[in-house]
Design a protein around this ligand. Structure first.
Ligand SMILES: NC(=O)c1ccc[n+]([C@@H]2O[C@H](COP(=O)([O-])OP(=O)(O)OC[C@H]3O[C@@H](n4cnc5c(N)ncnc54)[C@H](O)[C@@H]3O)[C@@H](O)[C@H]2O)c1
Length: 344
């Protein structure tokens, strides 16, 4: 049994500290995400299905629990608890809010609680940038990018692509909200890497004029249904997971982060599975591509659908914890664990 002196301390890490630890570290974070995908593919992780808490009185809202455990040389367990309340945006605060709890491998004790909307957006963008790199190695490198849905996640993906050396001749932008599209347009125009930036009135115009298409909407069901819009075989980073009709998935090569995770919760690949009764339309995982086990065909659109794995949050959260501890700014809550003597 653990003695009190073995009980870990408990620290709280604010969003400002998280941002400070991750600032200008895009390349390291992409490497970390890549290493974590390899660990996951090697079976050195436990990543059960995410649990979706939904509410009859607030049908557009949800809170998702993502428990996970990473093995390897620096094992850690934990859980991300992330809310999505789309109406927040109109009220002037971000849609998503989150905490990440890190648990000690040996005692199970939680040793940190981190603000995690930044960690979540960071690992999502790092995964998208990693995918863009690996999935274009056997194709022409895209020079025209299009963003459909231009909120916080689109901004993080743009930042990560730029930090990894991507630059574009054209950047297309489309959002149902004129304000979102204009805000994002003004943001990407500050970057030298965006080329000519155009706001398009329709998703079709963005798709047809882009060879790298990023979906970061909050669509709950497919709103893109015509496979002909993808006749030029673009790479599609389908981060919001539910934009594409199953017909488009079936006409494309499909790469996911984790097969069992992604074929759930009415994602577009899940709808394609329900339509066909099989998973033949899947070509493999990103880890398969990274290790050379799979080379996606180039004669059709290529769609990356990342469900988003809790192990990535754990890896990035642990990085933030270590950086914050190293800098001497860990905010430890004294006496957080109390009454530790079994019989008083
Ligand atoms: N796969 C993953 O790992 C992962 C991780 C984090 C977030 N996400 C997803 O990314 C998406 C974006 O998140 P966010 O924080 O940027 O949200 P956000 O609310 O900040 O932005 C979403 C934007 O999409 C726009 N939009 C909604 N429906 C649209 C449509 N049909 N066409 C065009 N634009 C549309 C909205 O107007 C809004 O500007 C969410 O669906 C979220 O669940 C995925």
């Amino acid at each position: 049994m653990s003695q009190p002196h073995l009980v870990p301390t408990f620290a709280v890490i604010s969003g400002a500290q998280v941002q400070h630890a991750l600032q200008d570290r895009e390349k390291q974070i992409v490497d970390l995400v890549e290493a974590t995908y390899h660990l996951h593919a090697a079976g050195e992780s436990v990543n059960p299905p995410s649990y979706f808490l939904r509410f009859p009185d607030r049908p557009t809202a949800r809170i998702i629990a993502l428990p996970a455990s990473i093995g390897g040389p620096a094992p850690v367990d934990g859980i991300k608890w992330i809310s999505s309340f789309p109406d927040n945006v109109q009220a002037g605060i971000p849609r998503a809010s989150a905490v990440l709890i890190l648990n000690d491998h040996d005692t199970g004790y939680p040793f940190a609680c981190l603000e995690s909307s930044i960690i979540s957006a960071t690992r999502t963008a790092a995964s998208a940038a990693l995918a863009a790199d690996h999935l274009t190695r056997s194709r022409l490198r895209p020079t025209r990018i299009g963003f459909i849905g231009t909120g916080l996640i689109a901004r993080y993906i743009h930042t990560f692509l730029t930090a990894l050396g991507w630059s574009f001749e054209e950047t297309g932008v489309h959002d149902l909200s004129v304000d979102s599209a204009a805000g994002f347009r003004d943001h990407v125009r500050q970057s030298d890497a965006a080329g000519q930036v155009t706001v398009h009135e329709s998703a079709e115009a963005v798709i047809r004029s882009s060879d790298l298409v990023v979906f970061a909407t909050i669509a709950g069901e497919p709103h893109i249904g015509d496979p002909a819009w993808f006749d030029h075989n673009p790479l599609v980073l389908h981060v919001s997971l539910r934009d594409l009709a199953p017909e488009i998935i079936l006409a494309s090569a499909n790469i996911v982060d984790d097969v069992d995770h992604c074929l759930k919760a009415d994602t577009s690949p899940h709808l394609a599975e329900q339509l066909t009764g099989n998973r033949d339309f899947l070509h493999g995982t990103l880890a398969d591509v990274m290790t050379g086990r799979v080379t996606p065909p180039t004669d059709r659109p290529l769609v990356f659908s990342p469900f988003g794995l809790g192990v990535l949050d754990l890896a990035v959260g642990t990085y933030v914890y270590k950086e914050t501890a190293r800098s001497g700014h860990l905010h430890v809550i004294e006496d957080f664990f109390h009454d530790l003597s079994r019989h008083g």
